[in-house]
Ligand binder design. Structure first.
Ligand SMILES: NC(=O)c1ccc[n+]([C@@H]2O[C@H](COP(=O)([O-])OP(=O)(O)OC[C@H]3O[C@@H](n4cnc5c(N)ncnc54)[C@H](O)[C@@H]3O)[C@@H](O)[C@H]2O)c1
Length: 254
């Protein structure tokens, strides 16, 4: 974290903040006293603003696959709050088509949003952090890259799985690239989590993913967000380049 800060809250940029895990994370950080730039391609739900002091929340319209948009999100956060200590990047596109249905256009667009978008947000945040004492970044993969989801029934298919597998390498490369600048980079790899992304799962798919976990249930958005919050905190100051599974024990017995 930046030198000017003592242990505790600072300024965070959260992408995917309009829904699911990003929304839960923005709420947790606001409760903890952070100032939050909340970025999404869709508007924030009014409930987030209701709970937050207006001077600590800034809504940012942002397409993470667009370079200028990422640059503007960082610049607006810094301009609103005077710094940027953490990026928590959750925004992603959930491609659910199977191999027979999947077009080259959709495959490429999925990589643009999920992989290029992760790089662009991290790069723009790091440009600021490197010049201002460092910071912490959390990217988001998916446990489904281990089981190799095939798509259909609302579940991630080949384009999504490939994009989330790429986050392992990106996290490690950026951790090594940014480390000398005092910036840590880690990633959360959620298992199936109750958000808009899994709302399309049919009953059978929900039961099957829950049964694959040791804890016997799908995760809650706040349970993933809490680990991301830990990873940008000073308590995780000796962690970088790690991909952390948060899946109720779903890594076992797949
Ligand atoms: N829900 C799960 O079961 C699950 C499992 C593993 C990984 N994940 C990952 O967790 C992260 C959060 O997913 P979620 O479940 O909260 O999904 P969600 O659909 O609830 O939220 C995703 C958010 O990303 C935003 N977004 C999409 N494209 C964007 C773009 N180009 N620019 C800016 N914002 C964009 C959406 O508008 C949405 O608000 C994603 O990276 C997802 O891949 C989710």
């Amino acid at each position: 974290m930046a030198d000017e800060r003592t242990r505790g809250a600072g300024t965070a940029l959260v992408s995917g903040a309009a829904s699911g895990i990003g929304l839960a994370c923005a709420k947790l950080l606001l409760e903890d006293g952070w100032s939050v730039g909340a970025a999404d391609i869709q508007p924030l739900p009014p409930s987030l603003g209701d709970d937050a002091p207006a001077d600590r929340l800034r809504e940012l319209a942002c397409d993470v696959s667009n370079e200028d948009s990422c640059r503007a999100a960082v610049a607006e956060t810094v301009s609103a709050f005077g710094g940027l200590h953490a990026l928590l990047h959750f925004a992603a596109f959930h491609s659910t088509n199977t191999w027979q249905e999947l077009s080259a256009v959709e495959f490429t667009r999925t990589q643009e949003v999920n992989v290029t978008g992760s790089f662009l947000m991290a790069r723009e945040a790091a440009r600021h952090m490197a010049a201002h004492g460092g910071g912490a970044i959390v990217l988001t993969g998916s446990g489904s890259m281990n089981s190799g989801g095939v798509g259909g029934h609302g579940r991630g298919g080949p384009a999504y799985i490939a994009s989330k597998a790429a986050i392992v390498g990106l996290t490690r490369s950026l951790a090594r690239s940014f480390g000398p600048h005092g910036i840590r980079v880690n990633a959360v790899f959620p298992g199936a989590t109750d958000t808009a992304m899994t709302a399309e799962y049919d009953e059978d798919a929900r039961n099957r993913v829950a049964e694959r976990t040791i804890l016997g249930r799908i995760g809650a958005a706040a349970e993933i967000a809490a680990v991301a919050r830990f990873l940008v905190s000073d308590d995780a100051r000796y962690m970088t380049g790690e991909t952390v599974n948060v899946n109720g024990g779903g890594s076992f017995g797949l």
